[in-house]
Design a protein around this ligand. Sequence first.
Ligand SMILES: Nc1ncnc2c1ncn2[C@@H]1O[C@H](COP(=O)(O)OP(=O)(O)OP(=O)(O)O)[C@@H](O)[C@H]1O
Length: 305
Amino acid sequence: MPIVDVTDLRKEYGEFAAVEGSTFSIERGEVFGVVGPNGAGKTTTLKMIAGLIEPTDGTAVVAGHEPGERAMQRRLGFLPEASPLYEEMTARSYLAFFADLYGVPSDVASDRIERTLDRLDLEHRDRRLGNVSKGMKRKVAIARALVNDPDVLIFDEPASGLDPLTTNYILEFTRELSDEGKTIVFSAHNLFHVESICDRLVIMNEGQIVARGTLEAIRETHGTTEYRVDATADASGALDSDAVEVVRENGTVTHVVESMDDVEAVRERVDAAGGQITDIRTTTPTLEEIFLEIATGSEAEAATP
Ligand SMILES: Nc1ncnc2c1ncn2[C@@H]1O[C@H](COP(=O)(O)OP(=O)(O)OP(=O)(O)O)[C@@H](O)[C@H]1O
């Protein structure tokens, strides 16, 4: 049974639909990505799952509970995109304050807080939050989402705007949380982040889900695999010029084609010219390339009367 079950979720602001009826489910322990450009509806979707925004239509059920139910809130941790902290407090006092709000007994809370801060490698635990770095603030916000030891974590842009080291730390920590059985739903602009840690994802554009599944499945449906055939002779004349791109370097001619038939045609032509094939490799598109293809494709579709 999925731990997060989203059905026909829709949010309208006046005439405008920020989310146009999303349906997906997430299994326990998954890292699930919600990807899309600015304004795609990612934050709105995450906030509806967290019970912070009421949907116009549809449902988001977390661990069998409807949004807003107290039992659901206990099982959920939310990291907002912008997370202003109480600047006068220290990391320790701030987290203890939130643990208390959740009714976590103080000895359990202080143990949990220290362990989380150790894992996040957080220094200066007794320094005013107003005086710590942006990366440290983000780590404290992440620790806050964990004070109630939730089963489901919703992270909105957890690593946005941080240096590569802190980003890497946060992504690895996210993966570890999922290895321990927690379910993580997270949104990101940076598709490399998503590619590196997500089990499955949905790609949103203008309020709609435009692709879904594992990265491999999305690649299969939306991406084009390219074949690079290195040879000692130029075989491009054997193919339609649209089907082949040729790169010449140090006596090697690399033919970039999109089908096995074209690979075969290159092979035959090279043979006929008395040349040799020196290497054949495939390149799979990155999520970023797929995303650009989908986003520009749907723009072109929208522009077609
Ligand atoms: N309270 C609101 N009132 C009116 N429109 C809103 C409101 N909140 C969001 N929107 C609009 O809904 C759309 C989706 O916003 P949302 O914040 O979910 O996008 P997003 O994918 O998270 O974008 P970003 O990556 O920029 O954070 C945007 O066009 C936004 O302007």
